[in-house]
Design a protein around this ligand. Structure first.
Ligand code: ATP
Length: 463
């Protein structure tokens, strides 16, 4: 199926709601823009993504350690990082319907090169030059306010017992990596890591995103998985190349196909960056950023050194050389990864004149691995045997027991949540202690003895 299908996104959103993957936040109150809740299958998918990332990034790398820093941090962190003064997106408003428009994105959509780092005057000039082509995505009018920069940091009143939220605001973190930078010295002093080493973290981040479109691609509350490597200045670009290769391979191993991935090189770099690439995925709305892989020089530790008056330098134990480590990073959103996996998996097939919707998740990502059915609900001996098989399998795998409706209906439901194997207990099972296993993708059925069920599934799920 063609991935640039305009309807594909609507179909994915509908399936996510219908089958319990993702719901709009606070839906009974009319929803809450750009915030989503993960339902029973979404949460399993999210967990599989995070486990896969952690294993690949932390568990198998001796020189990478984990961290879980708090969401709230000292307000100075966000001054040092440049977020208070510079974490701003260009915004304009439609004078007719008051829709807010992210200007760099609107310009890019009409083929004009722009990005959020441009100065306001520069962006206003581009808007003036392209006035006839820019239209409001909501009401299609072409009358806009001047462009302003809008800071994306989300403020809170934590520890502020006055009514004035603007008085010394405490921010909800705008990215997880600042928690890593401020703990660089703690980790160095309390563990046995030596440069080059990495610190990895998975956690929530918050941004006042101007436009709330594209489902879970861009949300105001989201989760990031970030790896920050601290490296010697002269080795950073070699290690950066290696990290780029690792990250590409990671997505292939995750189950995304190579034709849906591509590199995007940043031409307009922030002043401290040495090189920046994004890995883009072919989402239903086209190729867009999935992950950023950036070589950041020593900006982060230098800034925190200056603002905190702590010396964030490293002394090489062999050469005694001292320096501020450079940072190379790989940063990705959990939600964007989930959306890539959903896009990759969504499949429609014609079967006997009907459309079969099936989520062809890779087996390691599938939220439910095995479903167990008694052929008939009203035969207690079948139900008891099926329960026995289910109780045995559930210790090892995320399993579902289903005795509702006919088997065909149960298959359709399991197809839509992407369960790779359905195990049916029928009358023959009571005689021969064997079950029928139906494969999600081929729909072929095999007869397997209950004794061999564990090893059969183990081999298939890990193949
Ligand atoms: P974009 O240009 O799409 O706004 P960004 O370049 O600001 O993204 P980074 O600050 O580099 O993103 O964040 C790293 C990763 O975090 C992104 O590659 C993306 O996967 C994820 N991410 C960033 N912002 C959001 C968001 N609002 N919603 C969901 N995921 C996000």
């Amino acid at each position: 199926m063609k991935k640039q299908d305009n309807e594909l996104m609507d179909k994915i959103v509908a399936l996510c709601k219908r089958r319990g993957f993702i719901y709009p936040s606070s839906e009974i109150y009319g929803g809450f823009a750009a915030v989503y809740d993960y339902g029973p299958y979404g949460v399993e998918l999210e967990k599989a993504v995070k486990d896969f990332w952690w294993k690949r990034v932390v568990q198998v790398n001796q020189n990478v350690v984990g961290l879980d820093a708090a969401i709230f941090m000292h307000p100075k962190v966000w001054e040092a990082s440049g977020h208070v003064s510079g974490f701003a997106d260009p915004l304009m408003e439609c004078k007719n319907c008051h829709a807010r428009i992210r200007v760099d994105h609107a310009l890019e959509e009409i083929g004009v090169l722009a990005d959020e780092k441009m100065e306001v005057d520069e962006i206003n000039k581009l808007v003036d030059e392209n006035r006839d082509k820019l239209e409001c995505p909501n009401c299609k009018k072409k009358d806009f306010t001047q462009v302003k920069k809008f800071n994306q940091l989300v403020r809170s009143n934590l520890g502020n017992f006055t009514d004035d939220i603007n008085k010394e605001p405490v921010y909800l973190r705008g990215e997880t990596c600042q928690g890593i930078y401020v703990n660089y010295k703690n980790v160095l002093d309390s563990t046995r890591v030596k440069v080059p080493f990495g610190i990895a973290q998975i956690g929530k981040a918050f941004r006042n995103e101007i436009t709330a479109r594209q489902f879970i691609f861009r949300t105001r509350e989201f989760e990031q998985m970030e790896l920050q490597y601290f490296v010697a200045p002269e080795t950073d670009m070699d290690l950066y190349e290696k990290l780029r290769q690792d990250r590409w391979q990671y997505y292939l191993d995750l189950g995304l196909s190579e034709e849906n991935l591509k590199w995007h090189k940043h031409e307009n770099l922030v002043f401290y960056a040495k090189e920046a690439y994004d890995i883009e995925y072919n989402f239903p709305f086209g190729f867009s950023e999935l992950e950023g892989v950036h070589a950041r020089g020593n900006y982060d530790l230098s800034q925190h050194g200056k603002f905190s008056n702590e010396e964030l330098i490293y002394t090489d134990p062999k050469s005694n050389e001292t320096y501020i480590p450079h940072v190379i990073e790989a940063s990705v959103g959990v939600g964007r990864t989930v959306l890539a996996i959903l896009t990759e998996a969504y499949t429609e097939e014609e079967v006997n004149g009907e459309t079969r919707v099936v989520m062809k998740f890779s087996k390691k990502m599938a939220p439910v691995k095995v479903a167990v059915f008694p052929l008939l609900k009203n035969k207690p001996e079948l139900v008891a045997k099926a329960k026995q098989v289910f109780d045995d399998l559930k210790i090892k795998y995320m399993c579902e027991f289903d005795d509702n409706g006919n088997v065909g209906k149960r298959y359709r439901r399991q197809d839509e949540i992407g369960t790779p194997y359905c195990v049916t207990i029928d009358f023959d099972t009571l005689e021969d202690n064997a079950v029928t296993i139906r494969d999600r993708d081929t729909m072929e059925q095999s007869r397997v003895s209950i004794k061999e069920l564990h090893s059969w599934l183990e081999q298939k799920i890990n193949e």
